[in-house]
Write a protein that binds this ligand. Structure first.
Ligand code: FES
Length: 367
């Protein structure tokens, strides 16, 4: 340490430590080719318009694909993506890519290019600053060339307009109206497809059994103890065509039918049943209800064994299984639909008929 220099807390030179750092200033401005060469400028303009044209073609391709392919067409296209998904996705990607790349190129090559220095200022802007901001916006608008470059402006407007059409044409998916499809489930044999009817003829029975969910085994009264709750389905969902060895109900149809027809079985002492109808539709204290909550359709299976209350996990609607599925608590507005049970000739639980009212949440066309 030199005797001539004052010491700092860091052991350095105090004079040097308090000297302001000189402002390095801005480097010399480099003009872009499009700023100095009119040919390069026109080339960039055509490039930007070309990208916006690409966006338009992508959007038109989207609309054509939407009309030409239906969901489920060519399901094995490229890794089981399906032709519809693949075409819609690719066309939308091309549209967004064209729009995005066009805007980036426009900003990089054609908009004003000069450095701006802005000093720090209080959070709220002064009137002068606001006026200056408006002036900057106006300058930006002029420099973007919207007025001078009708080709870029018009292709951008056309691309934006076609892009805006895409959600509009997809409104078609809101239709068609379901008709009476929500009024019935496959507990009603009369609504079955010819394949299901053909299988049913081979069974030589008149009542459809209530079988365990997942495994499809039929259920006898003695299989359930007091307090038990069992998830169940109509037996046709597990039917196998004897010739093809395939399920009679398969694919999307199976999922839709299963979602609507799902039920729960619950056994209680017959003397615990409150409602006369619930008693009439039960077998030895076993009652059967739709598993679909009448609020917004969650599957229900939280059971209080001793009170016979069934709780929906979504919003806590609580239904009384001893009293016609009455709502005891929560936002559900309608009782849980009950399925009329009986036993067939071999002693298995079976449905006497379909639900007498639509299952699940309310809908506009509900009678
Ligand atoms: S879906 Fe069951 S309470 Fe809301």
């Amino acid at each position: 340490m030199s005797d001539n220099l004052p010491e700092t807390t860091h052991g350095g030179d105090a004079t040097l430590a308090h000297e302001p750092i000189p402002d390095p200033g801005l480097p010399e401005h480099q003009w872009r080719p499009t700023d100095v060469d009119p040919k390069a400028e026109r080339r960039a303009e055509r490039q930007v318009a070309g990208l916006f044209m690409l966006a338009i073609l992508g959007a038109i391709g989207f609309i054509v694909s939407y009309i030409a392919f239906h969901v489920g067409d060519h399901p094995d296209t490229i890794g089981n993506l399906g032709a519809s998904n693949l075409a819609l996705g690719l066309c939308l990607a091309v549209t967004l890519l064209g729009m995005g790349a066009g805007m980036i190129q426009w900003a990089r090559k054609l908009m004003g290019d000069h450095e701006i220095m802005e000093m720090r200022h209080p959070a709220s802007s002064s009137q002068a600053d606001r006026e200056a901001a408006i002036a900057i916006l106006q300058t930006g608008l002029e420099e973007s060339g919207l007025g001078r470059r009708p080709l870029v402006r018009n292709t951008l407007l056309a691309a934006g307009g076609v892009l805006g059409l895409l959600p509009v044409i997809m409104l078609r998916d809101l239709g068609p109206l379901p008709g009476d499809k929500l009024d019935h489930t496959i507990w009603d044999i009369g609504t079955w497809t010819p394949e299901m009817q053909a299988w049913w003829k081979t069974q030589d029975r008149s009542l459809q059994r209530v079988v365990r969910d997942v495994v499809g085994t039929p259920i006898k009264v003695t299989d359930l103890e007091i307090g038990d709750l069992v998830n169940a389905e109509p037996e046709v969902l597990f039917a196998v065509d004897p010739d093809t060895k395939q399920l009679v109900v398969d694919g999307t149809d199976q999922l839709v039918d299963k979602a609507k027809a799902a039920v729960i079985l619950h056994r209680m002492l017959p003397q615990d049943i409150v409602s006369q109808q619930t008693l009439n539709w039960s077998v030895d204290g076993i009652v059967c209800y739709s598993k679909i909550c009448t609020h917004v359709g969650c599957p229900i299976s939280l059971n209080e064994r001793t009170t016979h209350h069934l709780l929906c996990p979504c919003h806590q609607s609580t239904f009384d299984l001893a009293d016609a599925g009455k709502v005891l608590f929560g936002p559900a507005a309608r009782p849980l639909p009950q399925l009329e049970l009986t036993v067939d000739d071999e002693g298995y639980l079976a449905a006497r008929r379909d639900f007498t009212q639509p299952v699940g949440p309310s809908f506009w066309e509900r009678g």
